[in-house]
Structure formats: structure tokens, C-alpha cells
Design a protein around this ligand. Structure first.
Ligand SMILES: [Zn+2]
Length: 202
């Protein structure tokens, strides 16, 4: 795909935008023209915001969340339960758990899942500093990786690694099953099996 018919600065912007996930050549061109037509201060604000996230955001040295202060606000919060750690795949998953307003522990972000096909092994994930944290005062670790093949493999790996530590930490896995508001008639076998396994007193 060529963008050489554009003036050189325009072609360069299109090329850079095309590197973003989900952005094809057409969208990149539309965005580049939008920037060109925007007021200078809008374009400046966009480039400033991009520079800022690279200069001021980093990973929390405790939980690997993306933060501008290290340790992050969850890790230093006096009102959160630091004995309860919820392990998630990506920083964006924290917002998903927070939305429930029912979790008051802290987090640990792995930055991915195990994927032998994708060439992601345990050493590519941020597991080492999770195991270090468990040497302190932790009561429970919630494995909140997705119920996908990779998410399950990651949970199984973590479970084995944590059991090997022989710490008295309680290890739990998030429940999966029939989504709220759906009819069980449409649940596949695995989903229905998990829903049965995860049943509770009522
Ligand atoms: Zn943190």
C-alpha cells in the first residue's frame, strides 16, 4: 500500500497512524486530513498528549499498572485491602473490575497471557514480582484472567507457581457461566458446565 502520492509530511503522518491497532490505510488518511484541517492548537494538543504519555507514564513497580506515580494510587491507597490481590491480564481490566464497585483489594497486571502459539512464555509476563509480593502479608489471590484457552492456561500456570511457594495464601478463580440477561438455551457446553460447577447456595 503506497502513500507516496501525498506530500511528504502528510505521507509520514499517514504511515505513523497506520501503525495504530485497528487503523487501515483509508482511516489513516481520513485522520491525517482531519488533523490537517484542525486548528493548530488542536493538532498541538494531540502531539503534546502523545509526548506526555511517553514521558510521564510508566509501570507501577509493585503491580505493573500504568501510572504517573510509582507506586500507583491503588498500591498506596490507605483505604484498600492490601492483603487481597486480583490478578488481571491487562491494565484496562482494572477498570472493568472497578466498575463493579464491589472490589476493594489491590491488583497485579500480567501484561498478557501465556500463548505457546504466539510465543508468549512465563518469562514474557510479569509473574516474578507477583510471586515476590506473596512473600508478604497476602491472604488471597484472585485469578481474574479471561476464561479463554490462554487465560485458563495462565491461571493454571500461576496456580502451580503459587502452590510451589508453600505460602498459606488462598487462591481463587473468578466464576464463569451463563451471562446475566441471557437464556441458558443458548449457552454452549463449556459455559453451562462452568455455570454448574460455579453454583452457590441460594
Ligand atoms: Zn501499583
Amino acid at each position: 500500500m503506497t502513500t507516496t502520492r501525498f506530500a511528504e509530511p502528510m505521507a509520514r503522518l499517514i504511515e505513523e497512524l497506520r501503525k495504530l491497532p485497528g487503523i487501515g490505510t483509508k482511516t489513516a488518511q481520513r485522520l491525517a486530513f482531519h488533523v490537517l484541517r484542525s486548528p493548530a492548537e488542536d493538532a498541538e494538543a494531540l502531539s503534546h498528549a502523545i509526548r506526555e504519555i511517553k514521558q510521564h507514564l510508566r509501570l507501577c513497580s509493585v503491580c505493573n499498572n500504568i501510572t504517573d506515580v510509582d507506586p500507583c494510587s491503588y498500591c498506596t491507597s490507605p483505604t484498600r485491602n492490601h492483603r487481597l490481590i486480583c490478578v488481571v491480564e491487562e491494565p484496562t481490566n482494572i477498570a472493568t473490575v472497578e466498575k463493579t464497585r464491589s472490589y476493594n483489594g489491590v491488583y497485579h497486571v500480567l501484561h498478557g497471557t501465556l500463548s505457546p502459539i504466539g510465543g508468549v512464555g512465563p518469562e514474557q509476563l510479569r509473574i516474578a514480582n507477583l510471586l515476590t509480593r506473596l512473600g508478604g502479608d497476602v491472604d488471597e489471590v484472585i485469578l481474574a484472567t479471561s476464561p479463554t484457552t490462554e487465560g485458563e492456561a495462565t491461571a493454571v500456570y500461576l496456580s502451580a507457581a503459587i502452590h510451589k511457594l508453600k505460602t498459606p495464601v488462598r487462591l481463587t478463580r473468578i466464576a464463569t457461566g451463563v451471562p446475566a440477561g441471557s437464556d441458558i438455551e443458548y449457552a454452549d457446553e463449556v459455559t453451562m458446565m462452568r455455570a454448574m460447577e460455579g453454583r452457590r447456595e441460594f
